[in-house]
Ligand binder design. Sequence first.
Ligand SMILES: C[S@@+](CC[C@H](N)C(=O)[O-])C[C@H]1O[C@@H](n2cnc3c(N)ncnc32)[C@H](O)[C@@H]1O
Length: 264
Amino acid sequence: MIETADAEPEYDDTAIRFLEALWGDGYLSPGGPEEVDRVVEGLSLEGRTVLDIGCGSGGITLHLVERHGAAHATGFDVERPVIETARQRAAARGLSDRASFVQAPPGPLPFADASFDVVFSKDALLHVPDKDALFAEIFRVLKPGGIFAASNWMISHDGEPSPEMKAYVAAEGLSFAMASPARYAQAMRRAGFADVSVRDRNPWYREVAREEFARLKGPLYATVAAAVGAAYVDKNIRTWEAMQKVLDSGEHRPTHLRGRKPVG
Ligand SMILES: C[S@@+](CC[C@H](N)C(=O)[O-])C[C@H]1O[C@@H](n2cnc3c(N)ncnc32)[C@H](O)[C@@H]1O
């Protein structure tokens, strides 16, 4: 059997430990369960099948089952360490029958047409460069009448990023392919989505990030440094400093997205 090695993960075990120390067990993005609840506000997931794209270490996928009553949630991610962590978390919470985790390389989603009632995603789509192909795939795997609901890190415009934004993305060192809310909405409409809406979360995260920065430099520093090493925490303190500038300028634009796949 020929085994192809995975690319070096961006969210390796150290990154998982660091981000979970900051954002909570199973959370690799900010806001905890409360922000997830806001992404799905007004939707009923009771008895529905849900796909969570870029599920990371699984805390959100499990929240959609435990708190929102999804009949079944499938967490999908391109990286192995996060999927392994998510599977262990589901087993530990006795939810392996209602939550499954799938790892596959970037590209077409490894699911049949019309498989899910709801496609959810939290702060993962910024990693996907081709937004038109991404939404064509999301549309394909949704059932007619199905809903797409997501949070995602965006940039306020599609022009040349400012020097501050370039410095921030370089500090992250992750494969960010940021696009504007308008560009996302265009890709969704092109794919066939109706009732497309966007909700700016910059004013919220701008303040939350300031608190994260203060915790990282202060009360959290010693415990997180013991878990991942001081150099790793120091690097992230510099990243947060760079991020705060583009949050305050409004160029870094965390945004919620919604759309519906028409029935006919
Ligand atoms: C910031 S983390 C968010 C994880 C999780 N949604 C959460 O909020 O805790 C981004 C995730 O997107 C995943 N990712 C990167 N490229 C992806 C792709 N092309 N398709 C799906 N997921 C991807 C990463 O592996 C990572 O787990």
